[in-house]
Design a protein around this ligand. Sequence first.
Ligand SMILES: Nc1ncnc2c1ncn2[C@@H]1O[C@H](COP(=O)(O)OP(=O)(O)OP(=O)(O)O)[C@@H](O)[C@H]1O
Ligand SMILES: [Mg+2]
Length: 238
Amino acid sequence: MTTPATDHQAAANTDRSGGLRLDDVTLTLGDGDTAVTALDHVALTVAPGEFVAVVGPSGSGKSSLLAVAGGLQRPTSGTVHFAGTELTALSDKERTAARLRHIGFVFQQSNLLASLTVREQLLLPLHIDGRLDTTARARADELIEAVGLTHRAGSRPHQVSGGERQRAGLARALMTSPAVLLVDEPTSALDRVRSAEAVRLIAEQTHERGTATVMVTHDTAIMDAADRVYEMVDGRLS
Ligand SMILES: Nc1ncnc2c1ncn2[C@@H]1O[C@H](COP(=O)(O)OP(=O)(O)OP(=O)(O)O)[C@@H](O)[C@H]1O
Ligand SMILES: [Mg+2]
């Protein structure tokens, strides 16, 4: 049984020096005849400040890779380390606390909360963590401007376009300046100009704040911006 104080400590003890490391990670989903090996002995190391892109066909395991790397899904075997902590060794509560503080997720579907405005979506993680102050509010407004949503800051998800939701999801993920940034198809609903802006923002976060970034994409322009590009085929990374 862990106390909230211990959770807090586990999250606070992480640092940026470790980056992200997956060792021999296998993920089996479903069971019996329908069992799928979504990840097959995957090894991946992303240094702080490094921008890695992952490409591959639909169903090859890209989203599964991000889910395991970010602690949303426990691997069947293998380990995940991030920022000096073994994510796979934490309790569910500790993992949730660590994720909130240190991991930024941009999901394939934007996963915004229907009842909150764009600005409130950004403030929520810090509010939950008891760190909502003027600095946080200023950062929220900066990020909203960086993704071109200042005029939509007071709108709820159903009042904005798919591309605008995607940009709001990106801004939300950057709010905590996470040690690890995991981004799933961030530009699928964006035009070339918006897409280039999104990539610039992600690259800037990665290099200036020493973030270990993994991005799933089909966009060749994004691949050019990445430090390394991996291909995922049938759950294997090469
Ligand atoms: N909950 C689940 N139960 C069983 N199989 C699953 C589950 N979730 C995903 N899968 C399977 O795992 C494999 C990898 O899925 P994943 O979502 O990681 O692919 P992807 O590369 O992200 O695909 P896409 O490009 O279409 O988003 C697929 O064969 C998928 O059908
Ligand atoms: Mg996917």
